[in-house]
Design a protein around this ligand. Structure first.
Ligand SMILES: *[C@@H]1O[C@H](CO)[C@@H](O)[C@H](O)[C@H]1NC(C)=O
Ligand SMILES: *[C@@H]1O[C@H](CO)[C@@H](O)[C@H](O)[C@H]1NC(C)=O
Ligand SMILES: *[C@@H]1O[C@H](CO)[C@@H](O)[C@H](O)[C@H]1NC(C)=O
Ligand SMILES: *[C@@H]1O[C@H](CO)[C@@H](O)[C@H](O)[C@H]1NC(C)=O
Length: 662
C-alpha cells in the first residue's frame, strides 16, 4: 500500500480522491474474511474492477472477491499460478487505470486497447520488471507519457496510440533495451521535438509518431534515417528528411546569394504544375528556394528593364548559330551577329545561339517574369513574351564567389567575357531532345543571362516528392518513370559525347531533370558549374568552388571519389544512378540512398520494402523494376572504373523499355 500511495503523489485531486476511495475498499476487502483467500494478484485486479466505472459488456462481472484465485477470470491468463497476461480489448470500459496493477509482479502483457479509460498512464507500471507488452491504445488517457516507462527493461512492444496524451516525447522511452516490435505513440497530442535519442531505436521497431503536434527538425541520426515518412506524418511542425517539408535554412547557407534588391519583387507564380493536370489553370503561388533561402517571388521586370535600358542596350537579336566553328574558345563576340557595345563599364553582348530565336532584348526585358526556381547558380525566371503567352526561361547567373573579380582590370574583364561566351556557345551547341535548349545569352560586366526553352511541368524531383505548391503530387506511373530515365540517360550520354572536349554535367540531380507536358525529360543546368565559378581559369585553379557550385542538398548525388563535386563523366554516371534509385524507391536522395538500397539488397529485404509504395500495385513491372535497380547499382559502384559509360547505361535502359513494350 505504501508504494501505491507514493505513486499517487502527483495525481490530480479527483483522481487522488477516487484512488483513496478504492484503496479504502481494498483495505476493507483485505480485512474481510471472504477476500482473505485471494492472492495479491487478485486484489490488484479487483483494484482495476473498482476503478472501472462503467462495464457495459459485463467483462468484469465474474471477477469476484470470493474466488480463491483470479486465474479463471475473464481476460486473465496465469502462468505458474501468477497473473501473466491481462487482456481486455474493446470492452468499452470507462474509468481509469489504477496504479495497483503494478502489484501484478509477474505480469508480462497488459493489453487494454479500445476502451474508454481516462486519466494518466500510471508511472507505477514501471515497477513491473517482466512486462513485455503494454498496449493501452485507443482509450481516453491523458497527461504526459511517464518517463519512468523507460525502466521497463523487458518491454518489447509499447502502444499508447490514439489517446489524449500530451507533453514531450520522453527520451528514456527510446533506450528501452528490449524494444523490438512496435513503439506506437501516434494520434495523441504530443508536442515538442523528436529527441535525438530516438535515433537509437532499433531499425526493426515500427516507430509511429503520426498525428501528433511534434515540431522541429527530425534528427538525422541512427534509425531515424531509415524511417519512412509515414512514421512522422500529420505533425505539421516537423520538417526534414524523410518528410517532404524542408526545414528553414540552416545558418551556414549565407553563401547563397540573396536576390538582387534591384528587382521589384511581387507575388506571382509559375511552377510546378501538377503532373498530368490540364495545364490550363493559371498557376498562382510561391516557389521553392533550394535549401530554404527566402522565398522570392517576382513580377514585372520593370526595374530590371530600367536597369538595362540605362545602358542603352539595343539589340537586333537574331544570330546564326555557329555549328561548324573550330574550338569554342575561338569564337569571339565578333563571330556572332549579336551586338557588342563598349562603354566605360566594358562590353555588353546579347546573342542568339539558336537560329529560330528572334526575341529582341528590349522585348525580353519588357515581358512579365516570374521566379520559377533558385539555386546556387542563380535565379530562374519564366518570362512570358507577347500576348500569345509563349514563354522562355531566363537564368540569371549569380555573381562569382570572388566577387571583386568583376571590378578587375580591363584585360581581366575581356578574358572573363570571352570565357563566358565560349561556355555559352558550348552550351548552345548541345542540341538534343532531352537537353534543355539554350536560345540566347546576354553578357554585361555585372549581369549574365542565359535564355532557354521553357519546360512547363516542373522538375522530376517535384514530380516524385512533391513541391511546395503541390506537396502530394499524383504518383508517376511506372511506364512514365521508365521513359523519364530512358530519356534522361540519352540526354546525358549525348552531353558526354557531342563534343571532343568530353564535357561532363557535374551536377545531375532530380531537380535538374525538367519535365514537359508529355512527361518527357529535359536535362537542364549543363555548363553551369563552369559559369558560376567566375570563369575557366578559376575553375581549373580552384576545384573547390565546384562543390559550392553544386549547391546545397546535392550531397546524395556526389560520387565518393569526387567529394569536392568536380565535374567528371564518371561522377555524372554515379549521380544518374542515384536519380534512378530515387525514381524506383520514391525516396529523396538526401540521405545516403545508395547505401540504403545496397543494404536492403544485401539483407535480402523483400522488394516491396525497397520500391516506392506507389508502384507496388504495378506488379507486372517487377522485372523492369529489378532491371532498373541493376542498372542503378552498376552506376553507383564505389569504384569509378566499374561504372558503365553513360552510353551503355542509355542502351541498357533502351533494352528494359524494349522488353517492356514487347
Ligand atoms: C474523453 O475525455 C474527454 C476530456 O478529457 C471527455 O470530454 C470525453 O467525454 C471522454 N470520452 C470518453 C469516451 O470517455
Ligand atoms: C499505431 O496505432 C494506430 C491507431 O492506434 C494504427 O492506425 C497504426 O497502424 C499503428 N501503427 C503501427 C506501426 O502499428
Ligand atoms: C502544439 O504545440 C504548440 C507548441 O509546440 C502549442 O503552442 C500548441 O498549442 C499545440 N497545439 C495543440 C493542438 O496541442
Ligand atoms: C504585382 O502583382 C499585382 C497582382 O498580383 C499586379 O496587379 C501588380 O501590377 C504587380 N506589380 C507590378 C509592379 O507588376
Amino acid at each position: 500500500m505504501a508504494a501505491s500511495t507514493k505513486a499517487q503523489r502527483s495525481k490530480r485531486p479527483i483522481q487522488a480522491v477516487a484512488e483513496a476511495v478504492h484503496v479504502l475498499l481494498l483495505l476493507l476487502l483485505f480485512l474481510s474474511s471472504s477476500a482473505a483467500a485471494l492472492t495479491t494478484d487478485g486484489l490488484a485486479l479487483l483494484a482495476l474492477k473498482s476503478a472501472v466505472t462503467d462495464d457495459p459488456t459485463g467483462a468484469l462481472a465474474a471477477w469476484l472477491d470470493s474466488d480463491a484465485s483470479p486465474c479463471a477470470w475473464t481476460g486473465v491468463t496465469c502462468r505458474r499460478g501468477r497473473v501473466a497476461d491481462l487482456a481486455l480489448p474493446n470492452r468499452a470500459l470507462s474509468g481509469y487505470i489504477p496504479s495497483e496493477l503494478s502489484f501484478l509482479s509477474a505480469l508480462q502483457s497488459l493489453a487494454l486497447p479500445g476502451n474508454r479509460l481516462s486519466g494518466p498512464v500510471p508511472a507505477a507500471l514501471s515497477a513491473v520488471g517482466g512486462l513485455a507488452e503494454l498496449d493501452l491504445s485507443r482509450n481516453n488517457l491523458s497527461g504526459p507519457i511517464p518517463p519512468e516507462l523507460g525502466q521497463l527493461s523487458s518491454l518489447a512492444r509499447l502502444d499508447l496510440s490514439s489517446n489524449l496524451l500530451y507533453g514531450p516525447l520522453p527520451p528514456a522511452i527510446a533506450s528501452l533495451p528490449r524494444l523490438s516490435g512496435v513503439l506506437n505513440l501516434s494520434c495523441n497530442l504530443l508536442s515538442g521535438p523528436v529527441p535525438p535519442a530516438y535515433g537509437g531505436i532499433p531499425a526493426a521497431v515500427s516507430l509511429d509518431l503520426r498525428q501528433n503536434n511534434l515540431s522541429g527538425e527530425i534528427p538525422q541520426v541512427g534509425s531515424l534515417l531509415s524511417q519512412g515518412p509515414t512514421a512522422f506524418a500529420g505533425n505539421p511542425g516537423l520538417c526534414g528528411f524523410p518528410l517532404k517539408n524542408p526545414c528553414p535554412a540552416p545558418k551556414q547557407d549565407h553563401r547563397i546569394p540573396q536576390p538582387n534588391p534591384i528587382l521589384n519583387l511581387n507575388s506571382s507564380d509559375a511552377t510546378p504544375r501538377p503532373i498530368a493536370a490540364e495545364g490550363r489553370k493559371k498557376p498562382v503561388g510561391t516557389v521553392p528556394i533550394i535549401a530554404g533561402v527566402v522565398l522570392v517571388v517576382v513580377a514585372s521586370i520593370l526595374v530590371l528593364q530600367w536597369h538595362f535600358r540605362r545602358r542603352r542596350v539595343a539589340m537586333e537579336g537574331k544570330a546564326p548559330k555557329n555549328e561548324k566553328g573550330s574550338s569554342p574558345g575561338g569564337f569571339g563576340p565578333a563571330g556572332l551577329a549579336g551586338e557588342e557595345r563598349r562603354d566605360g563599364h566594358g562590353s555588353e553582348v546579347y546573342a542568339a545561339v539558336d537560329e529560330g530565336f528572334v526575341l529582341e532584348l528590349e522585348e525580353l526585358l519588357r515581358a512579365s517574369a516570374y521566379v520559377v526556381g533558385k539555386s546556387r547558380s542563380g535565379i530562374v525566371y519564366k518570362v512570358v513574351v507577347g500576348r500569345g503567352g509563349s514563354a522562355v526561361a531566363v537564368r540569371r547567373l549569380s555573381e562569382a564567389e570572388d566577387g571583386d573579380a568583376f571590378g578587375g582590370s580591363g584585360g581581366d574583364e575581356w578574358r572573363r567575357q570571352r570565357a563566358f561566351e565560349s561556355e555559352a556557345i558550348a552550351i548552345g551547341r548541345a542540341k538534343h531532345p532531352n537537353v534543355v535548349r539554350l536560345l540566347a545569352y546576354y553578357y554585361a560586366p555585372d549581369e549574365r543571362l542565359l535564355v532557354y526553352d521553357y519546360i512547363p511541368n516542373g522538375t522530376l524531383h517535384d514530380a516524385l516528392h512533391g513541391g511546395p505548391r503541390n506537396p502530394t503530387p499524383p504518383a508517376v506511373p511506372w511506364t512514365a518513370r521508365l521513359a523519364i530515365l530512358q530519356g534522361a540517360a540519352r540526354g546525358l550520354a549525348y552531353l558526354h559525347e557531342f563534343s571532343p572536349r568530353k564535357h561532363a554535367h557535374g551536377s545531375i540531380t532530380s531537380s535538374k531533370i525538367l519535365l514537359d507536358d508529355d512527361l518527357q525529360p529535359h536535362i537542364s543546368g549543363f555548363g553551369l558549374s563552369c559559369l558560376v565559378s567566375s570563369g575557366a581559369e578559376q575553375r581549373l585553379a580552384n576545384p573547390a568552388s565546384k562543390k559550392q557550385a553544386a549547391g546545397p542538398g546535392t550531397d546524395g548525388y556526389l560520387a565518393p571519389e569526387v567529394p569536392g563535386g568536380e565535374a567528371t563523366q564518371r561522377g555524372d554516371v554515379y549521380a544518374f544512378g542515384v536519380v534512378a534509385l530515387e525514381v524506383v524507391t520514391g525516396r529523396v536522395a538526401e540521405a545516403d540512398l545508395e547505401a540504403w538500397v545496397r543494404g536492403a539488397f544485401r539483407k535480402e529485404r523483400p522488394l516491396s520494402e525497397v520500391v516506392d509504395p506507389a508502384l507496388l500495385h504495378e506488379v507486372h513491372a517487377k522485372r523492369e523494376v529489378l532491371a532498373v535497380f541493376h542498372v542503378a547499382l552498376g552506376c553507383t559502384e564505389a569504384d569509378p572504373e566499374l561504372r558503365p559509360r553513360m552510353r551503355a547505361v542509355a542502351e541498357s535502359l533502351d533494352r528494359v523499355v524494349g522488353a517492356a513494350t514487347r
